[in-house]
Design a protein around this ligand. Structure first.
Ligand SMILES: [Zn+2]
Length: 284
């Protein structure tokens, strides 16, 4: 479960599975599926995992994408056939990490499966930051999109996942495409999946580095350029960002980390002579 990256200890923590409808995964080139394919799609569901990333080192404890948390409503748990309770908070405890130890939380975007764990229900029933000592980071355009989403009843966003962070003044809004949290932790805006989606690159430049793609490449099945999810808001932006960061990943030999992969959660990518990505899994 743990891997060492230079001076950093990385734990890819399984928050539990949930299920998505088959039609969530689309091929951009075949966006107009035949009715037969659509019918098959309706019946099938795909089980996905959720992998949060814990980084310890350089006197910091950082969490990227704290999963679904403990607030989801019964209806959501049922609709998505969510494994319940979610496992992140418990696993942190098992790893000896108190919620107060976490000083930095990165939110790649504000969809409930990634950001729900950012807040929790306190003793008096109020929703509050789940990591009381942490500073949280998100793209400003993602917050704008999430607030808009709540108003238009976009199922992907839940106000209680992020508004309490603003009320508590712990949310840092990033207004540039590229942002350095620490010399060894860089965030890059990708868009595509959601308006303010960003990914993270961990480790010092010119040393061993890892990339947490978040939903730019949720599992290795989404490595092909024409693969996407129906939630993705802009396919062209998604494809452009994917091309850019996959190229960088191969060139710099980043350890790739995949947020929704039940297996093949981490590994190294190379490109063969035909331009196809090859994946070598690493146990984490
Ligand atoms: Zn996701």
């Amino acid at each position: 479960m743990m891997i060492e990256l230079g001076p950093f200890r990385l734990d890819l923590i399984d928050d539990g599975f949930f299920e998505l409808k088959r039609e969530t995964f689309v091929n951009i080139a075949k966006a107009n599926l035949s009715s037969n394919q659509k019918r098959q799609g309706m019946k099938r569901r795909i089980r996905v995992s959720f992998n949060s990333l814990l980084i310890r080192g350089a006197e910091h404890t950082v969490l990227i994408d704290p999963g679904s948390g403990d607030k989801p409503l019964e209806s959501r748990i049922r609709d998505y056939k969510m494994e319940w309770p979610r496992k992140l908070y418990l696993t942190l405890e098992k790893l000896g990490v108190d919620k107060r130890d976490v000083d930095t939380v990165i939110l790649t975007h504000l969809h409930w499966d990634h950001a729900g764990g950012a807040t929790t229900v306190g003793y008096a029933g109020q929703v509050e930051p789940a990591f009381p000592k942490a500073k949280y980071f998100v793209q400003k355009r993602e917050l704008d999109a999430a607030r808009e989403g709540v108003l238009t009843q976009d199922d992907g966003y839940i106000a209680e996942d992020f508004e309490p962070l603003l009320s508590a003044s712990v949310l840092e809004l990033i207004e540039t495409d590229d942002f350095q949290v620490f010399p060894w932790l860089a965030l890059h805006w990708t868009g595509g999946h959601s308006p303010g989606h960003q990914l993270a690159i961990i480790g010092e430049p010119d040393k061993e580095q890892a990339i947490y793609f978040a939903d730019l490449v949720p599992t290795i099945s989404q490595l092909p350029m024409d693969s996407a999810m129906s939630y993705d808001v802009k396919y062209d932006q998604l494809a452009a960002s994917k091309a850019k960061f996959l190229k960088e990943t191969v060139e710099r030999n980043y350890l790739s980390l995949f947020v929704h992969a039940p297996r093949n959660r981490a590994g190294y990518l190379t490109k063969d002579s035909e331009g196809k990505y090859k994946f070598r899994a690493v146990e984490i």
